[in-house]
Design a protein around this ligand. Structure first.
Ligand code: PBG
Length: 337
């Protein structure tokens, strides 16, 4: 982009003129954050009428399935379009083959049914990956040498995605980073008549240290023997590769793509949006949430202002929407402003 200097420089041009009054600041504002941009991740647990705090994510609570209906009503009231579900699976249901992932009566599947029954208009995304269900905490099936095998994993992911769709999930969101899973899931959904079930692909998901608190929240941290997912998630050093990943997932049938983590990767969001021009989402992940909260709780940052600014930055970078643990609070702030 080149700037025309024909208008002349200072003092003819004073950029502060437009900033001097509220009306002109509003008129020239390029981006806006609204409730429509927000997706709230929800952690669900077994049991009845119980909430559990997550130590490393102050303010985030795991909920039992029976509490989801009320939660869904509140969120819909706030104008939040969708939630993303994450089941916290009992260790007794974890196995080498992750078979609980596609149990028609599993926790995620029951949670989907509960939410769609209570508030059909609230969109429900499900996480397609095996980490809550494997005894080793990796996102796929492991062979004897500890490698996560791709194609066998994809077969299980397909079963998992189908079970979510059958339960009524609106959007399946594969976060596993196996090759070819989007195409396989799309083909299976079409075959089974779920033609309008959307796929939001975690297309560019980095092997990030910012997921730590999430792994506490779902209880996979302890299981994850070698903490590393570098053999399938992307190297934080790479940008071009994100475009390759996103392009492939679109070709395979993804309806929407996601970049993850969020704030340290806004350059990737911008590049992907500029190049591919498709619905692009970003995930402000658990570690980003935790570090914000740590600063808020110490009185080092202004909570309300920084929440809104951090989310607006995603919009400016080109994101169409944001998965964020601040969704509910941000929606309230936006409603009141
Ligand atoms: C699991 C999954 C992860 C997140 C979403 N889905 C963690 C991981 O890959 O280890 C991270 C979300 C967050 O940190 O908020 N497939």
């Amino acid at each position: 982009m080149t700037f025309s200097l024909s208008r002349g420089a200072y003092p003819n041009t004073r950029l502060r003129r437009l900033r001097a009054q509220d009306f002109s600041r509003r008129l020239i504002r390029e981006h806006q954050l609204t409730c429509d941009d927000l997706i709230l991740p929800l952690f669900v647990i077994e049991g009845r009428d119980e909430t559990q705090r997550v130590a490393s994510m102050p303010g985030v609570e795991r909920l039992t399935v029976d509490l989801l209906a009320d939660k869904a009503r509140e969120l819909a009231q706030l104008g939040i379009p969708a939630v993303a579900l994450f089941p916290v699976v009992d260790p007794a249901h974890k196995s080498e083959d992750a078979r609980a992932a596609y149990d028609a009566n599993g926790l995620a599947q029951r949670a989907v049914r509960e939410l769609k029954n209570a508030v059909p208009e609230l969109g429900v995304l499900t996480d397609v990956a095996l980490d809550p269900f494997t005894s080793h905490g990796q996102d796929g099936l492991m062979n004897d040498s500890g490698y996560i095998v791709n194609d066998d994993t994809v077969e299980v992911l397909v079963q998992q995605a189908l079970s979510h769709a059958a339960a009524g999930a609106d959007v399946v969101a594969p976060s596993d980073m196996m090759d070819g899973r989007i195409g396989a899931i799309r083909a299976a959904l079409e075959r089974e008549g779920h033609v309008n079930t959307m796929i939001m692909s975690y297309a560019a998901k980095y092997a990030s240290a910012y997921y730590g608190p999430f792994r506490d929240a779902v209880g996979s941290a302890g299981n994850l023997k070698s903490g590393s997912k570098v053999s399938y998630q992307m190297d934080p050093a790479n940008g071009d590769e994100a475009l390759h990943e996103c392009a492939l997932d679109l070709q395979e049938g993804a309806d929407m793509i996601m970049i993850k983590p969020g704030m340290p990767y806004l350059d990737v969001v911008r590049r992907v949006k500029d190049e591919l021009r498709v619905p692009t989402f970003a995930y402000q992940v658990s570690g980003e949430y935790a570090m914000h909260c740590a600063a808020f709780d110490n009185g080092w940052l202004n909570r309300e202002a920084v929440i809104v600014e951090s989310l607006l930055a995603f919009k400016r970078a080109g994101a169409d929407g944001i998965l964020t643990y601040f969704a509910e609070e941000a929606a309230r702030l936006l409603q009141n402003s």
